[in-house]
Design a protein around this ligand. Structure first.
Ligand code: GDP
Ligand code: MG
Length: 198
């Protein structure tokens, strides 16, 4: 698959604003600052599509992007694990995320992003549990591989696979900065979109 066009469609801040377009959706999840927005920009080849930030925790919205004129949507989910948020905001986040996962008619797959340098945290495990609970297929993407050596990357991939009790072949190593992993991810998207849902 080649991503030829990508455009911002809309944002949802509340469950009522989630709006299925009848087009397959692939969601991008992960803690704030893991590199979700950068990942979307990297994949689509549009550095300005999704807003990236040095300051974590700013995106509280579900952002929808239309790929190749509506072949599928990439959905940038609000991040978790940011320390400086109120309980009220955490609740709001959980309500929005659960509402999103609960109505998965169009949701085909989740890319769960994890920083290659960190062991999976509580929020990551909770996100994984959502996916098991709602039976949503997922692929783990390790981000920021430019921060480690090739040898370390292999080791981190194996360790994270063991920690999550998933197969290492369900984990793709990537770097938006070093432009690593794109072919594997696009191939995975092809596989996801080719699965017959009927
Ligand atoms: N070294 C490195 N930094 C990255 C990479 N991707 C994103 N970042 C940085 O990580 C920070 C958070 O990125 P962002 O995409 O906004 O994360 P989000 O909160 O998950 O959407 C920013 O400072 C990015 O420049 C990467 O592949 N390598
Ligand atoms: Mg973001």
């Amino acid at each position: 698959m080649k991503i030829k066009s990508a455009e911002f469609l809309y944002s949802a801040g509340y469950p009522e604003q989630l709006n299925e377009q009848g087009v397959p959706e692939i969601a991008v999840a992960g803690r704030s600052n893991v590199g979700k927005s950068s990942f979307i920009n990297f994949l689509t080849g549009n550095g300005k599509l999704a807003k990236t930030s040095k300051e974590p925790g700013r995106t509280r919205l579900v952002n929808y992007f239309r790929i190749n004129g509506g072949k599928f949507l990439l959905v940038d989910l609000p991040g978790y694990g940011f320390a400086r948020v109120s309980d009220e905001e955490k609740l709001k986040w959980a309500e929005l995320i659960e509402a999103y996962f609960r109505s998965p008619a169009s949701l085909r797959h989740v890319f769960l992003l994890l920083d290659i340098r960190r062991d999976p945290g509580e929020g990551d495990v909770r996100m994984l549990n959502y996916m098991y609970h709602y039976a949503i297929p997922f692929t783990v993407i390790l981000t920021k591989s430019d921060k480690v050596s090739r040898m370390q990357a292999i080791d981190r991939r194996r360790k994270i696979a063991a920690a999550l009790k998933i197969g290492a072949d369900n984990i793709i190593v990537s770097s938006s900065y070093a432009k690593q992993g794109k072919e594997d991810i696009l191939t995975r998207i092809d596989e996801i979109l080719s699965i017959d849902m009927n």
